[in-house]
Design a protein around this ligand. Structure first.
Ligand SMILES: [Fe+2]
Ligand SMILES: [Fe+2]
Length: 306
């Protein structure tokens, strides 16, 4: 019926968590922290929308996929909430940042159709496989070497987003039989998610002292990010008075592949099942099956050997 596995992970964020949890790459710290602050409200939104969609899903396979999908997302939301609360405990002003993001998603539930909201979810979820495949394929330069609790949380979430990469589309197709409609709603979807992310990073800059975040969060996730990442390697490496780019350790061929698959992900006939996937995702799932503790990420090799 569905191959999705509901994994209950015991992530611990009782000890303080640094905002800059990846000191070798403060911009990646910003990205992942912003991911946490959007994941909690976005995944609560998924649960509400899929619950509403379920009333209209008659196909048993699609119904089983929808149920497993929202159960995985509920686990993600709960785990990221623990990370988020640890950051709010340190920087109380961030609570308002979360409240605002939550309100933006509640507004979508109240004002938009189930079809639109299912398209929003399918479109955004479709971007995750290219994005997180690039990140897992470059875990050595992005995830390793920082706070292994945050790296463990991100790795798990990236793996399961890849695992349930078709679920959003299954739900959309079950409530709307017009594939073009999903593509038509793509610009509106990306305007919403972009403005939500911009508000989150502006909130980081307002409420987290510069000494702790090291870089401007708003500049890190600015629209110029893609262009600067595709610049010459020497430019990406930084220099006097210029920090390296967030993805400076990622080969440009990986970035080009990601951008190509991001573009394909928004086309009407896109099938998320059919695209390159990172070996680390499979190694992680095999390690989970053997009972390995995956709440802390150190290196991809450590997962492969567990
Ligand atoms: Fe998720
Ligand atoms: Fe997801």
């Amino acid at each position: 019926m569905t191959d999705l596995v509901i994994r209950k992970m015991g992530f611990e964020f009782d000890e303080p968590v640094d905002f800059n949890w990846q000191p070798a790459n403060p911009q990646f710290s910003v990205f992942c922290n912003a991911f946490t602050f959007v994941a909690v409200p976005f995944e609560k939104y998924i649960i509400k929308v899929v619950r509403a969609a379920q009333e209209r899903i008659t196909d048993p396979e699609a119904a089983a996929e929808a149920e497993a999908f929202l159960r995985q997302e509920a686990q993600h939301s709960a785990a990221h909430r623990r990370h988020m609360l640890a950051l709010i405990a340190r920087y109380p002003g961030l609570e308002a940042v979360y409240d605002r993001a939550l309100a933006r998603y509640d507004e979508l539930v109240e004002t938009e159709s189930v079809e639109f909201n299912a398209a929003y979810i399918a479109n955004l979820e479709a971007t995750f496989t290219p994005l997180f495949t690039m990140m897992l394929n470059n875990s050595g330069s992005l995830l390793a070497g920082g706070d292994d609790r945050v790296a463990g949380l991100m790795t798990w979430h990236f793996v399961e987003e890849i695992e349930h990469r078709s679920s959003g589309l299954v739900v959309f197709n079950a409530v709307c039989d017009k594939p073009w409609q999903r593509t038509r709603w793509m610009p509106k979807t990306f305007r919403h998610i972009t403005s939500t992310m911009m508000e989150i990073v502006a909130g980081f800059d307002e409420h987290v002292p510069e000494a702790d975040r090291v870089v401007s969060a708003a500049k890190t996730l600015s629209i110029g990010l893609v262009g600067s990442e595709l610049a010459r390697p020497a430019k990406r490496a930084g220099g006097p008075g210029r920090a390296p780019s967030m993805l400076h350790g990622v080969p440009r061929k990986d970035l080009r592949s990601m951008l190509w698959h991001l573009a394909l992900s928004q086309t009407p006939k896109h099938d998320p099942a059919d695209q390159p996937l990172p070996e680390l995702a499979f190694a992680w799932m095999r390690a989970y099956e053997t009972g390995a503790d995956l709440t802390r990420f150190t290196t991809a090799d450590a997962i492969g050997k567990s």
